[in-house]
Design a protein around this ligand. Structure first.
Ligand SMILES: Cc1cc2nc3c(=O)[nH]c(=O)nc-3n(C[C@H](O)[C@H](O)[C@H](O)COP(=O)(O)OP(=O)(O)OC[C@H]3O[C@@H](n4cnc5c(N)ncnc54)[C@H](O)[C@@H]3O)c2cc1C
Length: 403
């Protein structure tokens, strides 16, 4: 058994922390594992928070595994409802808000992210919501009543999925977006347009190129002075890494907790996994934080293996999906500053856009084309060289491009 007497502490009982703990055991780690989480829940998956949990009034959260499993079958000390508030990196001790000390030989930071707040919304305005945890989702869905005027600030994936749920419950939905179209960073314009049209067809109003500067009574106020009627406001303007413990350890944190391809930070025996980790992306050709379910699972498993001496470099390209009405949207890699090639027709509501840089496939987005995406994920991982003519032909079998 590797490192049988070691103690590992994981700060953050989210998806990355939970999957890492499982992977430590699966890879033979027999020492003590403590997972510290500030939420009152065992690890759960967040994608449902903006999908099933909003769309269906009684949908429950999806836990990684039942509570009793953590102690019984995994022998993990799961400490919930308290934050890790201090870390003495010399003595290797993490202290929680309720005054307990946890010693470690190796530390995994899996603290994820927190929603970016919009400070200009005052207390005298409509109720504000963010969507990060189970309580947020339950509270917001109670407000999704027929004819309720829901204003969503931020036309990102979470805001748009929340819009779908609000429409389903008969709400009047307005989305305010600072850019001139949806998801400028992740979507090419042709995809933004298809997604916006799907929302508009169901009555969602978009206000593009607008910023919210305040709120009051039953409205939010735009920079132009225009007041948008609102009974409830959902803010979805991105997230920030939860990096307080990393800073205490003395790690320099600039947009995330920097790690190498095995999840090791600059501090000895301190690792980081999931949304908080700033890692190199070959597709982007720079370090990025990857805020996706797949990364929180697979990178965390990989980091756990590194922690027990079985690491390999993690090179999976970022991949995420979003479900909006009848659109299944999947994105892999990076589509910015690239030559874009289209496969299929948007009018059919089933098409893909692929991104080539210097002759290499570096990204793709598929709308209702999951089969294409299964291949494209592998091709982007290989940075395959495929001719644009082949890619754009729906008759071309993408499997042929695999090495
Ligand atoms: C509403 C929503 C919908 C999403 N939908 C999708 C989707 O469709 N597809 C997709 O690919 N991804 C989706 N994601 C993203 C995905 O859920 C995240 O990438 C994933 O949850 C990241 O896991 P994590 O463990 O790194 O971080 P988190 O899930 O944020 O977990 C970190 C945990 O650590 C806790 N914590 C932080 N600091 C401390 C501390 N000091 N002490 C103790 N605990 C601490 C936090 O409270 C949290 O519980 C969605 C996310 C949200 C919020």
């Amino acid at each position: 058994m590797p490192f049988p007497s070691e103690k590992i502490v994981i700060v953050g009982a989210g998806q990355a922390g939970g999957r890492a703990a499982e992977a430590l055991r699966a890879n033979g780690f027999a020492g003590a594992i403590t997972v510290i989480g500030d939420e009152p829940h065992p690890p759960y998956e967040r994608p449902q928070l903006s999908k099933a949990m909003l769309a269906t009034r009684d949908a429950a959260a999806t836990y990684l595994r039942p509570s009793e499993d953590w102690r019984q079958s995994l022998d993990v000390n799961l400490v919930t409802a308290t934050s890790a508030v201090a870390c003495d990196a010399d003595r290797r001790i993490v202290t929680t808000a309720d005054g307990r000390d946890f010693a470690y030989e190796r530390l995994l930071l899996a603290t994820g992210t927190r929603p970016r707040c919009l400070a200009v919304l005052g207390d005298d305005g409509p109720p504000r919501h963010y969507l990060r945890n189970i309580e947020d989702a339950v509270r917001f869905r109670q407000r999704l009543q027929p004819q309720a005027r829901i204003v969503i600030i931020g036309g990102g994936v979470i805001g748009l999925e929340a819009a779908c749920a609000a429409v389903k419950h008969g709400c009047i939905v307005t989305v305010i977006e600072a850019e001139q179209r949806l998801l400028t960073r992740a979507f090419p314009a042709i995809v933004s347009d298809v997604v916006a049209a799907a929302h508009r067809d169901r009555g969602v109003e978009f206000i593009f190129g607008a910023t919210v500067v305040g709120s009051g009574g039953s409205f939010v106020r735009l920079g132009s002075g225009r007041e948008i009627p609102a009974d409830e406001v959902l803010v979805g303007i991105g997230v920030e890494p939860a990096d307080a413990i990393a800073r205490q350890i003395g790690l320099s944190v600039d947009g995330g907790i920097a790690v190498d391809a095995r999840g090791q930070t600059a501090a000895p025996d301190v690792y980081c996994a999931g949304d908080a980790a700033l890692q190199w992306s070959r597709c982007h050709d720079r370090a990025i934080r990857v805020e996706t379910w797949a990364n929180a699972q697979n990178q965390a498993i990989n980091v756990a293996k590194s922690m027990v001496g079985q690491g390999v470099d993690y090179v999976d390209p970022p991949w995420f999906w979003s479900d909006q009405y009848d659109l299944n949207i999947q994105v892999v890699g990076d589509l910015r500053d690239a030559d874009l090639i289209q496969r299929g027709r948007p009018d059919d509501r089933r098409f893909s856009v692929m991104a080539m840089r210097d002759g290499n496939l570096v990204g793709a987005i598929c709308i209702n084309a999951a089969k294409d995406m299964a291949m494209l994920r592998r091709l982007v991982a290989q940075q395959a060289r495929v001719t644009p003519g082949d890619l754009e032909s729906p008759q071309y079998d993408l499997r042929r491009a695999l090495k």
